[in-house]
Ligand binder design. Structure first.
Ligand code: 1BN
Ligand code: ZN
Length: 326
């Protein structure tokens, strides 16, 4: 079991990392889930606030955190549930309010363990004169467990991607940048066994392959479970090494080398849907949390400072990625 903030070592390391960059810093529900009310009440955060956006490349950890709050307030939102319709409305509404061009990719997963399930990927396509695509991704469905609100899994990464969209949609980028919010990442069964997982990312990769656009995707970066306090992101060993190198070296340059560490972990997730089709892909995830896939994955587990670190690294990785794929 990994040690957390309570351990002086990791807390001290994160404080050092933050100092380096001058951060003085109701929904309705499906049959198997309950609403947010009267069940797993979202709890108030007890962490210090996120650093000012000016110190994290314009990425506002407080804004990202507010998205997590809103998603948790919706309650459980597993694929096919009433809750996920509300999550979709929220994500699409926010993206449109940022002026992002939004596409909704509706599809069916016809043979899940619970039968046919209607799903929706939400994709932002920010155009540029350059056809090469950098793709940032997260899943937004929550695990189908009673009363599971998934503040970290998948609220944290969805909040980060929404804040990233706000920044990227408001500026001119040298490459085409897409952001995808995947449905159906979680297995319907309690256990993760193929093909009962990653429905949304497999659908997107397959449809891009059919249209011929897949080869334009030069880098796919997945974020998942990027909310814990005192995070440790290990280099995911299925991921494309040069892509992991770019993200991890950007993190080190920003002073986050104790967060983006050089240990390895092997994790199956949405990035595999692209790797299997020879698209460079990488995964940023801290899966080693005691509340993973339990009803303890509540708002109080999400640290706005971790969202800020993740967003800072992503936004500062963009120019490095542009240099590499130019
Ligand atoms: C990550 C968050 N995953 C599911 N929720 C993928 C995963 C499933 C990773 C099983 C390891 C084991
Ligand atoms: Zn999960």
């Amino acid at each position: 079991m990994k040690l957390r903030w309570s351990t002086l070592g990791r807390g001290t390391l994160l404080f050092a990392a933050l100092s380096c960059v001058c951060i003085a810093a109701c929904g309705h529900s499906s049959s198997s889930e309950s609403s947010a009310q009267g069940t797993t009440a979202p709890q108030a955060a007890t962490f210090p606030p996120a650093p000012a956006a000016e110190t994290t490349g314009g990425f506002d950890g407080a804004r990202a955190y507010k998205h997590v709050e809103q998603l948790v307030a919706i309650g459980p939102h597993s694929s096919g549930s009433e809750g996920i319709r509300r999550a979709q409305e929220y994500i699409v509404g926010q993206l449109k309010s940022f002026g992002c061009p939004v596409e909704e990719q509706d599809f069916h997963a016809p043979s899940t363990p619970v039968g046919d399930v209607a799903m929706k990927n939400i994709v932002v396509k920010i155009p540029s004169a350059n056809p090469k695509i950098i793709l940032f991704t997260s899943h937004y469905d929550t695990k189908r467990i009673a009363n599971f609100v998934g503040a970290d899994d998948a609220g944290s990464s969805t909040g980060v991607l929404l804040e990233l969209a706000r920044l990227l949609c408001a500026r001119k980028n040298a490459e085409t940048i897409w952001l995808a919010f995947f449905d159906g990442e979680e297995a319907f069964d309690l256990n993760w066994a193929d093909p009962d997982n990653t429905y949304g990312s497999r659908e997107m990769a397959a449809s891009l392959a059919l249209s011929g656009e897949l080869r334009r995707v030069k880098a796919m970066i997945l974020v998942d479970m990027v909310g814990p306090t005192n995070p440790i992101f290990k280099r995911e060993s299925n991921s494309t090494p040069w892509l992991t190198d770019i993200v991890w070296s950007t993190a080190a340059r920003l002073g986050y080398e104790h967060v983006f560490v050089n240990d390895d972990a092997t994790i199956e997730d949405d990035h595999l849907s692209f790797l299997k089709r020879d698209i460079p892909a990488a995964d940023i995830i801290d899966l080693e949390v005691p509340y993973w896939h339990t009803t303890q994955d509540t708002l109080d587990k999400v640290d706005p400072r971790t969202l800020a670190i993740t967003g800072h690294v992503l936004i500062e990785s963009v120019p490095e990625l542009e240099k590499k794929i130019r």
